[in-house]
Structures are given as C-alpha cells and as structure tokens.
Write a new protein. Structure first.
Length: 446
C-alpha cells in the first residue's frame, strides 16, 4: 500500500512510472525463421502493457506487440507495417492519445480545492509536472517503438509495434521486403515510354511469416473442447475427393435444438483445415466468442441496452452431431445487434490429412420479440442465408487464405416465396448449396 507521503505527492505531482525491466510477456514469445530472416513476436496483455508503458493503452484500444527481426539475407529488408495492422499507431501517436490531461486533472483538483483551499496555489505546479510527465512518456515510447526503416544484412532490430486491441487470438503477418531503387524504376519508365504501361514496382525479395498468438483476456468457447476426444469418439476416417463429396452431400440439412426435435439454421458451410489454421485464417478479420457466464451475459445485456458493440459476445448454442458448436466466430459491426455468426463442428472426416468442419453461418440484422427464448428476445437473421455463406468465401479469398472453394448439394433449395424457418421462427431461403473452403496454412500472394 502506498504511504501517506506517497499519496500526497501523487496529489500534486503527475507521476509517470513505466517499468522497462518487466518482461514476463516474453515467456509467451514465438519465433519463426528461415535462411533469410528470423522473427520473434510477443503480444502484451492489457495489464502487461499498463505496467511496461506506465499508462492504460488497452483503454485506448491499443495493443503493443514486441518484435525482434534478424536480417540473414544479403539485401536490406524493410518491415511492412501495414501488413501487420492497417490501423497501427506510431509510437508518438500511441503516446499522444494516452497523455495526462491537465484539464481533467485540474478539474478534479479544483473540486478538491474546497477542502484544500490553502493549497490552490499548487495547481500550476500540477500542470507543469503533467507536461514533464508527457515529455518523458514521449521519449519512452519513441525509444521503445520499432524503428521504421531498412534492416541491413546481419542486423537485428527490436521494438514495439502499436496495434489495435485484440483478445483471444491475434493473427499477425510479418512481411519483410526489399524494394527496387528509384533508378531501376525510372529505367523501366523510360524503356516503356509511358507511366501507364510501366510495370508496378515489386519487391525483389520477400519474407512472409504468419503468427497466430494466444492472448489472455477472454474465455473463448472452444477452449473447453477436447478435440482429441471428439475425434476419437467419431472414428475419424480419411476421404478421397469422391468420398468427401458424397459425405458432404449427406450431412444434416440443418442444425437443431438440444433435444434434436427442432429445425434450426441450415448447415451451409464446410471448412477444411486444422484448428490452428482456421483460427489464423479467421481471427485476423473475425472475433472469437466467449463462453456463456454471468459476467458475459451482463456484458451482452449492457451492450444491447446501450446499443454498443461487444466483439466477443457469447453465441447461443445450436446442435449438430448431438452436441453444441465446437467453435463460434463472429464479424461484428458498431452494434451487438448486427453481426455475422459462424458456428463450426468437427466431423468424422479428413481430407488430405486435414480435419473437415461442418458449419452454419448467418447474418444478424436486428432484434425482435419472441416467446421461444428465456429472455423474450432474439436476433433477426437476414433471410438470404446464401449471402453470408458466400461472404465467407470472398472474405477469406481477399485475405489470401483460400486454396480452393466450391459448392456441393445438401441443404435443399427453398424459394423466397416459401421459406423455411429456424428455431426462433425466422424465415430463410437458399439455393440449397453448401460452400466448401480449403484453407491455406499461410497467406497466399495474389
């Protein structure tokens, strides 16, 4: 507990106390390497970043990521920051948004001045020390930030990249590239005689590494699943392409309730890849879902009442193979009432050595009253469920994570004029196809 003297000191002096010796986050660091480069990555939790940097970065939606890059190639490489996070913060920007606000502190101190009226003359000193603290903060962030610029052959550079906040799983693409010089580019322009006809400048060499890093902070629903046990109970068997097509056509057409007596949303998606591959492909653009608990129910209710976003809101269970979904992912908008839900179940099938997952995907477009749920409300889905199915293909293709994609039969066609209904009575229509996506382990260049 801080002493009385320390408390009084903090009342008049704005302290800035980072802890650069604190490095427990490095215990979770992950390293990848090849002949050209080595990259080490560690993602800080909210508590870790607050202790290391001395301010609450997570409150501002900022997540520091430690990087150490060793250039083993014969050319100068440059880290492509936008590939890590298109919305990254510079070191000075991250410091600026967490600066101590002298106005707010002055207001707080002004209210207390009724009790400490003789000490009002110390307010200017408080403002000055806040300014000094912000200067120290700028210097610390600038010193610890990852250096922007070329990494020379045999050089090692380390520092922090300030990314947007992610919990559960963080997917990071580390790309190191060597770009041709200006003279070479101009020579191409002169050779073609036209800027429009000149080829686009490309990297003469490139290193690509994809990291999928667990980040403590949420209780993702799939963490309580024993996938080894699920596989053993299902008697997993490899499939040829013809066998796979037959099995996929014969999957159940729709999910059900826990008793297996109701007809739910259509099983309109199949994903092929390991759990780690699926997480790395989706979590770069989608969010995981937390387990249902009193805490997460309260956070969900709060987001619903205030019309806010809750990126990791729990997803209600739907059943397939007599069990609720193994993984739930979501793509949210500004409100909890608008998001795309994706549920996945591991099947007994394998294709090319990879697990096959059956999925259900739909888009929430609002909420409505219903007597079929305990809380008397439910999300209303877009009745065109094919749109959200095809969105998955387009989204993963844009991310460069699709090896192959196509469609099989199985759900059963139903027209807009004669829709089917899910467990809560929402209508939907479909062309009856299931999308099948084979996911790449790594990011593929277009």
């Amino acid at each position: 507990m801080p002493s009385l003297f320390h408390r009084i000191k903090r009342l008049f002096i704005t302290p800035y106390e980072p802890d650069p010796e604190f490095r427990t986050f490095m215990d979770r660091s992950v390293t990848q390497e090849d002949d050209s480069a080595s990259a080490t990555v560690a993602v800080l939790t909210a508590k870790e970043s607050r202790r290391f940097f001395g301010v609450d970065l997570a409150h501002r939606g900022i997540q520091p990521v430690f990087l150490k890059i060793e250039n083993r190639s014969a050319v100068t490489l440059r880290l492509q920051m936008v590939n890590i996070d298109p919305r990254y913060f510079t070191a000075m920007e991250a410091a600026a948004v967490t600066h101590f606000s002298m106005g707010k502190r002055l207001s707080a101190f002004g209210a207390m001045s009724w009790f400490f009226l003789p000490l009002v003359w110390l307010i200017p000193f408080k403002m000055i020390t806040a300014h000094w603290a912000n200067q120290r903060m700028d210097a610390f962030f600038r010193d610890k930030g990852f250096r922007i610029g070329g990494i020379r052959p045999n050089e090692t550079v380390s520092g922090f990249v300030f990314t947007t906040l992610d919990l559960g799983t963080k997917t990071l693409r580390i790309q190191l590239a060597s770009v041709g010089n200006l003279r070479q580019t101009v020579d191409r322009l002169i050779h073609t005689g036209s800027i429009r006809e000149a080829p686009t400048a490309r990297s003469t060499s490139s290193v690509n590494m994809l990291f999928t890093i667990p980040v403590p902070g949420i209780d993702a629903d799939y963490l309580d699943r024993d996938f080894t046990t699920i596989q053993s109970r299902q008697d997993t068997h490899p499939c040829s392409i013809d066998e796979l097509s037959d099995h996929l056509n014969n999957l159940p057409s729709a999910t059900s309730n826990g008793k297996g007596t109701g007809h739910g949303d259509p099983v309109n998606l199949v994903v092929i890849g390991s759990l780690q591959t699926i997480l790395s492909a989706f979590t770069a653009r989608w969010d995981e879902s937390e387990t249902i608990s009193l805490k997460t129910c309260w956070k969900t209710a709060k987001a619903f009442l205030l019309g806010e976003n809750y990126r990791y809101s729990p997803v209600s269970p739907l059943y397939l193979f007599e069990r609720p979904q193994d993984i739930a992912l979501q793509r949210t908008r500004h409100s909890i009432n608008e998001r795309i839900h994706l549920r996945l179940w591991m099947t007994p099938m394998e294709f090319l050595g990879e697990p096959v997952w059956a999925g259900q995907v739909s888009r929430d477009i609002g909420v409505r009253f219903t007597t079929k749920t305990w809380n008397l409300t439910t999300h209303r889905i877009d009745p065109n469920v094919d749109e959200s199915r095809d969105y998955c293909i387009e989204d993963l293709t844009q991310a460069g994570r699709v090896i192959a994609a196509g469609y099989v039969n199985g759900v059963g066609r139903c027209e807009q004029t004669k829709p089917k209904r899910n467990l809560t009575g929402d209508p939907y229509f479909t062309d009856g196809k299931r999308a099948v996506i084979v996911i790449s382990h790594t990011h593929a260049e277009h």
